[in-house]
Ligand binder design. Structure first.
Ligand code: G4P
Length: 535
């Protein structure tokens, strides 16, 4: 049987390891520089040796996942995994979020496994739609947010204007930790607000290596930067007047956000971001179980599956569960209990995965992410534990906005079709809805973003040998309803009631928000509850 963390020495070790963990994700709009920042963070921490290794542009080797040819064709990352960066006695676990403009539930689920998020803004664009959506998920889950204003080396907006936008649009109070000298596009360097130290930027062509940084005293800086320095000082005085100081309590509560200016491409300001994560971001802490009780980090092992992925490696046809360690020490080979079924779960094959890079993992601590291979018994949200039983609350499904009827292109593949759809449903690739009217052979697939349908098409063909035809439906809203309201709703035009297979919830699909309003006005007695906002 497995080894529960029991001795005083063991629990002290786990507590120490948890205190060293920073588990976070970057939320941004495509093109804001997430891949570049990821690479710069890893580069600074010397996890990888040459720039480009994460990004995979040109002929440089990429560690961005390439498990599906479709992904390569489009140059997008559909998979999510974790990059581990060791920095100054801390282990930073950077969970990757899919970077495409299109949404999938994966992105949201990743945010259920982090303790902190970096909100990455393009200095010229400020808050963009995808950033806003992801920020709302962070807010709903109480995830504290550090803001990084990127691309300051390019023409952009006024720094004070950007702060104002963040505060006005999303009600998050920015507390700048550094301040730029030189306007966006004529970036000279950064003042570290707490110490007043000035770091001058010296560019390196192409940004392939770390930018040269020069540390100057205030007098030296004033002499070198002249007007730009004076302007920065004026702005700093203004910040002090309005009281935009870092405040740990409001940061933890998601009310304020430490903010940094920088440029990921020339790797400038990235070291400060790493320091901010180490010094200010929350460590792995006790997580609440289904009864609202905190599971202390030094309790026996527990973890929650936040992502399932199949067939990452064509040669292996495997099915992986990504699990965040919530408490205790994980040791490869432990036999855990699957909280949903109370059955044992062996962990002989466990890996750390980032993109196509895999290495076997032997031990892991709270905040770490492990990939369990051949995990066909597991589903998103499941708990695995050792010692006394614990179960973590389910990870909510998001409100789908895209719907399509799936049919097997060839009726002879009926069995494979059903097996494939059931499999994709259990992985949470899409939500599968059905009704007596539509029948087993024509389930409705519901997605947060249409890219999820492409994944279904690709996998049904390649993995299950059952090519599908997807016919889009003219609905854009799903609401939860009940058995009493279902018959009336179903009889109305522009609405249809179906059952969500994964949890047997009754959902009513409606054409658009106008139709929804009319139905609600005419039938106030009918149940139509909003699902968790996904898009
Ligand atoms: P993403 O993952 O968020 O989608 O963004 P990615 O890192 O791919 O960056 C998008 C583009 O922005 C890239 O240009 C990248 O080099 C550039 N970029 C990122 N950070 C900075 C920065 O700090 N300064 C400047 N000047 N550029 C930055 P690209 O790959 O060359 O794309 P393209 O310009 O060829 O379209």
């Amino acid at each position: 049987m497995s080894t529960a963390t029991g001795t005083a020495q063991d629990t002290a070790e786990v507590r120490e390891a948890a205190a060293q963990r920073r588990t976070f994700a970057v939320i941004s709009h495509p093109d804001a520089g997430k891949s570049t920042l990821t690479e710069a963070l890893a580069l600074h921490a010397a996890a990888i040796t040459s720039a480009g290794a994460v990004h995979g542009k040109g002929d440089r080797r990429g560690v961005t996942s390439d498990w599906m040819s479709m992904e390569q064709d489009r140059g997008i990352s559909i998979t999510s995994a974790a990059l581990r960066i060791t920095y100054d006695d801390c282990v930073l676990n950077l969970l990757d979020t899919p970077g495409h403009a299109d949404f999938s539930e994966d992105t949201y689920r990743v945010l259920s496994a982090v303790d902190c998020a970096i909100m990455l803004l393009d200095s010229a664009k400020g808050l963009e739609p995808q950033t806003l959506k992801l920020f709302e998920v962070c807010r709903a889950r109480g995830v504290p947010v550090v803001t990084f204003v990127n691309k300051w080396d390019r023409p952009g907006r006024e720094p004070l204007e950007l702060l104002d936008e963040v505060e006005q649009q999303i009600g998050l109070r920015p507390t700048p930790l550094n301040w730029p000298v030189g306007i966006a596009g004529d970036f000279r360097g950064l003042i570290h607000r707490a110490s007043g130290a000035y770091t001058k930027l010296h560019r390196t062509p192409g940004g392939a290596t770390r930018a040269q940084e020069e540390h100057l005293s205030a007098e030296q800086a004033a002499a070198v930067e002249e007007v730009a320095w004076d302007q920065a000082q004026e702005e700093l005085a203004l910040l002090e007047e309005i009281g935009a100081e870092y405040d740990p309590e409001t940061f933890r509560a998601g009310i304020s956000s430490p903010l940094l200016f920088g440029a990921a491409l020339p790797n400038f300001g990235v070291a400060q971001l790493l320091r901010t994560l180490v010094d200010l971001a929350p460590a792995a802490e006790a997580r609440l179980d289904t009864s609202g009780e905190p599971r202390p980090v030094d309790a026996p092992f527990s973890g929650q599956v936040f992502k399932m992925q199949a067939n990452m490696d064509k040669a292996h046809r495997d099915r992986m569960a990504f699990l965040r360690v919530c408490s205790g020490r994980f040791e490869r080979g432990m036999v855990l209990t699957h909280a949903t079924t109370d059955r044992p779960f062996a962990t002989k094959y466990t890996q750390a995965v980032f993109g196509s890079e895999r290495s076997t993992i032997e031990t892991a601590y709270p905040g770490d992410v492990i990939a369990l291979v051949n995990a066909s018994a597991l589903r998103v949200g499941d708990t695995l534990y050792d010692g006394p039983k614990v179960q973590f609350p389910p990870i909510p499904s998001f409100a789908p906005e895209h719907f399509a009827v799936a049919r097997a292109k060839d009726t002879r593949t009926d069995k494979q079709f059903r097996r494939g759809i059931a499999q994709l449903d259990s992985e949470g690739v899409v939500q599968v809805l059905s009704s007596d009217v539509r029948g087993e052979q024509a389930p409705v697939l519901a997605a947060v973003g249409p890219l999820q349908f492409d994944v279904v098409r690709g996998r049904m063909e390649q993995e299950f040998n059952a090519p599908v035809e997807l016919s889009p439906l003219d609905y854009s809203i799903a609401r939860r309803t009940d058995a009493a309201s279902a018959p009336t709703l179903h009889s109305l035009s522009g609405a249809e009631v179906l059952t969500r297979r994964q949890d047997s919830e009754l959902l009513v699909l409606v054409h658009n928000k106008w139709r929804l309003k009319v139905i609600q006005r005419d039938h106030p007695e009918l149940t139509m509850e909003a699902l968790l906002a996904g898009g």
